[in-house]
Design a protein around this ligand. Structure first.
Ligand code: 9MR
Length: 318
C-alpha cells in the first residue's frame, strides 16, 4: 500500500476561524443601526467572532439622564453576538468624551459618585456577558508629559481610575478589565505613563487584566510595536489590539506587521478592527479597513488572513 502523507492542517478561510486556531479572537466594531444591512451582517457573521459596540455602550448612550439607564441599542449588539457565538468587548465605562450632558455639568464628589455608580450599574447589567471591558478610555495626555489628560473626571482626584476598576471588578468578577488608549503603539511618553500606572496597579493589587492599544494608524506602525506590547504583557496583563484601522500607503503590509506582532506576543489575545467596510469607518475617505465599500475583500484582508494562518499558537487561549 502506498504511503499517504497526512494532509497539512487546512488553512482557515475566515479571520475569526484563523484567529481561533491560534487561540485568539478577531473582532470588529459594530453599529446597532447597521444590523439591518444584509451585506454588513453577512460579512460580520462570516468573518468575525468578537464584537465591540462602536457607540452604544458609551455613557451618553447608556445613562442619558442620571439614574435612568437605556440599553436598547447595546442589547441589539449583545444579542446578535450571543446568538452567533461571538464574544463581546464592552466599550467604554468611563471616558472624558461622549458623556451625557448632565455628567458634563458635574464635578467633584458628586461626579465621582455618579461615575462609580455608572460603572457599577452598567457592568452589573451585563455581568457574565462581557469578555473584556474598557473600564477607562483615553485618560492619558498626548505629547511628552506622560501624565493624565485634564478632564472633569481627572479633577475628581487621581485615584478615579483605580476606583473605576475596583467597582467594575465588584460588579462583574469574570470580565477582563482593560485600560484602553491611542497613540500608545510604540514606546513613547504616553505609553510609558500608562505602563507606569499598570505596574503600580499590579503592585498594589488594583484589579486590571488587560491593556487595549487602539492602533489607529497611518502609513506605518512604530518599529517597536511588538516590543511595546511585550513590555506590557511582561507586567502580567493581557494586551489587545482594540480599534485597528490603517490609512494611507502600504496598507496591506502594515496590517501584516500588526497581525504578526500580536501573534508573536503570547498574551496578545485578540485583534479588533474599527469597522467592517471602508464606508463604515469613522475616518471618512481614508479607506482604512479590510473590506471595500461594496463588501469585497481588499489586499489588506488577504494580508491579515495569511498572517493569521502563518502565525504561532497561543496555548493560553483568549
Ligand atoms: O467610531 C466612533 C464614532 O462613530 C463616534 O462618532 C466617535 C465619537 O467620539 O467615537 C468613535 O470611536 C472612538 C472610540 O470610541 C474611542 N477611540 C477613538 C474612536 C474613533 O474616534
Amino acid at each position: 500500500m502506498a504511503f499517504v502523507a497526512p494532509a497539512p492542517a487546512e488553512a482557515a478561510s475566515t479571520l475569526g476561524a484563523s484567529a481561533a486556531e491560534k487561540g485568539r479572537y478577531f473582532g470588529t466594531a459594530v453599529a446597532a443601526h447597521k444590523l439591518s444591512d444584509s451585506q454588513y451582517v453577512s460579512i460580520l457573521n462570516r468573518e468575525f467572532n468578537s464584537v465591540t459596540a462602536e457607540n452604544e455602550m458609551k455613557w451618553d448612550a447608556t445613562e442619558p439622564s442620571q439614574g435612568r439607564f437605556s440599553y436598547t441599542n447595546a442589547d441589539r449588539i449583545v444579542n446578535h453576538a450571543r446568538a452567533n457565538g461571538m464574544s463581546i468587548r464592552g466599550h467604554a465605562l468611563l471616558w472624558h468624551a461622549q458623556q451625557p450632558g448632565w455628567a458634563q455639568n458635574m464635578s467633584g464628589s458628586a461626579l465621582r459618585s455618579a461615575a462609580i455608580n455608572h460603572v457599577t450599574q452598567v457592568a452589573s447589567y451585563y455581568r457574565g456577558r462581557i469578555h473584556s471591558w474598557d473600564v477607562v478610555n483615553e485618560a492619558f495626555a498626548d505629547g511628552g508629559s506622560g501624565g493624565r489628560r485634564d478632564s472633569n473626571l481627572q479633577r475628581t482626584g487621581n485615584d478615579w481610575i483605580e476606583a473605576a476598576f475596583r467597582a467594575a471588578r465588584a460588579a462583574d468578577p469574570n470580565a477582563k478589565l482593560c485600560y484602553n488608549d491611542y497613540n500608545t503603539d510604540g514606546v513613547n511618553a504616553k505609553s510609558t505613563g500608562i505602563y507606569t500606572m499598570v505596574r503600580d496597579f499590579k503592585a498594589r493589587g488594583v484589579p486590571i487584566d488587560c491593556v487595549g492599544f487602539q492602533s489607529h494608524l497611518t502609513n506605518s506602525v512604530p518599529g517597536d510595536y511588538q516590543t511595546n506590547l511585550q513590555r506590557f504583557a511582561d507586567l502580567g496583563v493581557d494586551v489587545q489590539i482594540t480599534e485597528l484601522d490603517i490609512a494611507g500607503t502600504n496598507q496591506a503590509a502594515v496590517y501584516d506587521t500588526v497581525t504578526r506582532a500580536c501573534l508573536a506576543v503570547s498574551r496578545c489575545t485578540g485583534i479588533t478592527v474599527w469597522g467592517i467596510r471602508d464606508s463604515d469607518s469613522w475616518r471618512t475617505g481614508a479607506n482604512p479597513l479590510l473590506f471595500d465599500n461594496n463588501g469585497n475583500k481588499k489586499p489588506a484582508y488577504t494580508a491579515v488572513l495569511n498572517a493569521l494562518n502563518a502565525g504561532g499558537t497561543n496555548p493560553g487561549g483568549p
